[in-house]
Each structure stands twice: as structure tokens, then as C-alpha cells.
Design a protein around this ligand. Sequence first.
Ligand code: NIG
Ligand code: FE
Length: 394
Amino acid sequence: MSLLITNIGELFTNADHHLSRDAAVIVDGERIAWIGPAADAPDADARIDADGAAVLPGFVDSHAHLIFAGDRAGEFAARMAGQPYTGGGIRTTVGATRAASDEELRRNARRLVGEALRQGTTTIEIKSGYGLNVADEARSLRIASEFTTETTFLGAHVVPAEYRDRPDEYVGLVCGPMLAAAAPHARWVDVFVERGAFDEDQARNILECGRARGLGVRVHGNQLGPGPGVRLAVEMEAASVDHCTHLSDADVDALASSGSGICTCGWSDRTVATLLPGAEFSTRSPYPDARRLLDAGVTVALATDCNPGSSFTSSMAFCIALAVREMRMTPVEAVRAATLGGARALRRDDIGVLRVGARADLIILDAPSCLHLAYRPGMPLIRTVVHGGRPVGA
Ligand code: NIG
Ligand code: FE
């Protein structure tokens, strides 16, 4: 079945013709089949009149933790009253997640994925990391893979309470039986490299084990303070290092010179800096400096970090608004980071872009331009979401 979207006021493609006016798009099945001036558009089985609105690629949320149970609103309230965020609450969610049934975890993930999709997120990465034993990490990833192909094994989120005095034994468990049980359901491996979580040697060991199993590498790094996360991610040729809040000049240089710089297979092999402003918002922390990264030539992505502790939002539009207001990104840079940037962080060339042959994942705004995503923060601007060629909810 083909669908013609016509009368587009502004087409934000992330491709050659970055912005074009009076355009039309035809999708056929799950792919984009034609893009051109509305006046030349061929016929299709169905038609949507965009009525002068902006059209952009669906958001690519390349960092979310959606397999969990329980609620930590009290922890958020305490932070807003002055308590610091330490990551200690992760163990609270681990307890609730272990106690939950498969169906409860599935229902919660379905609700969050649905909420994200209605707000324009057409690709979402989902991590484990609240099971932290063999059975609960494996089932977290099994459930995650019901919702996305972008699944990430985060058995190395923190050392669980029962291993508190034996962290190296826990690293052995992660690299051995846990990875073996998780890998069939995972595309990526991730480690939280931070004081209080995992150090550089432990992280390198875990990432190497994951890579030997065929998983791609991503890292949580430099969130709560300076540290080795970014440099390790670049050394390991990670697709992405996420948070990047506390960076040295050497970290920025390492990101800027990562990869071969040659795009042979459609995607770049650079290490993307994925910024997660929802976490700084919800932990009342200083925001990362996106301008410093962009000016150095680093590829930047924006993602939600949706999780019950540090960032309980799945709204990419909210992250765009924060990035523009607080992180010195222009609105166009922020929209690009939330679409093409996320695609690069997942090493995908079929999403985050509107071009013939790409996946037919797109958003029709209730606004004449993408600038409105930051200009009208908090407003319901996502009029229609097309996911895999089908209008959501139609
Ligand atoms: O990305 N940094 C580590 N993990 C999550 C927080 C998880 C939590 O607090 O439950 C994050 O912010
Ligand atoms: Fe995270």
C-alpha cells in the first residue's frame, strides 16, 4: 500500500536537500519511494494533506532503560529538595524488577514504548540493567526484544548488593554466564563507567567479552564526574558514549578524532557523543556543553535516557528544547541530533533521514517549521506519526 503526503510546508530531510518547501513524499510499504515537489507527485493509494506543516524523520531515541518495575518519585522529590543524585537508587529498581512478573515488565515497557511512539519516537534502544543476575538480565532482554531490535546488555550497570564485597567476582559473572544468557537477545553491550559503578579495567574486560560475542559496544561515561569512560569508548571503537557531562579537552579531542572518518557503509564509524539532558534536568546537575563538542567536530546525538531514577521522560521534543535552551545547540542542530545523530549512535543508515529507500518513519508536526519543537516547549506538536509506512493509530 502506498501513501502520498502532500502540501508539506517544510521538509526536514537530513539528506542533501536539507530543507525544502512545497514538497511531497510517497511511501510504499515500509520504505520511502519518492520525494519531490508537490506539483510533480504521482498518485498513491492513500493521501495525507499536511496542510503546510513541517515533516521530519521520526525521532531516534538511542538510549533508554525501559525494562523495570517500581517508582522512584520520592527520590526525585528529595533531589528537588537538595539531595544529590548518586545512582544509589538503581538498586531499589533492581529489587522491584526482580520481584515483578514477566507480564508486569512487559506491560510497563509496552506503555512506555507506546507513549514514546505517539510523541514521534519511531526507533528506540532499550537496555537491560535492572536484573543484575543471570535470569533477570536474560528475561529483561527477551522482553526488550519484543519491542525493538536495538537491545543492549547492561549487566554492568552497578554491582548488585549481594556482590558488594566481591566486585571482581561480579565482573566474572557478567563476562561469563550472564553474557552467555543475554547475548542471544542483545545487539549491544554497555557498561556504566563511573566511580561507584565500574572502573576502567573492569569495563574494558566486559566490553571485550561482549565484543568477542559479536555485540557492538556502547558506554555510559563521564556522567557524574570526570573519568576514563570517554577515552575507553574511543579506544574500543564504541558506537556511542553517553552522558558526556564532565569532559576534559583530551576527551573532546579523542571524540573528534575517533573512527577512520571514512563512511564506507553508509554510517560513520566515529564514536558519537550522546547527550541526555533529561538526566541533568531530573538530577538538577549542570548540562553537558554541546557547543564545545559540535565546534570540535564531534558527532552529537540527543536521547532521553528514559528510566525511573535519573530521567523519567520519553519525550524527545522535551530533550530538544532543553538542548537548545541549556546546551547551546541551535534548534536545527538539536533536531538533527535527535534524528540523524541517534541513527549514527546506533550505526544505522536507514533511519533518521528522509531519502528514497530509507524506512518510512516520519513525523508531521502541528507547526509550520521544526524550530517550533524548541520554540513551543511542552506543546503537543506531534500531529501524525508514520511508522514503517503506517500512520500510528489509524
Ligand atoms: O543513565 N547512569 C546510569 N544509569 C542510568 C540511571 C539509572 C537509575 O538511576 O535508575 C542513567 O542515568
Ligand atoms: Fe542511561
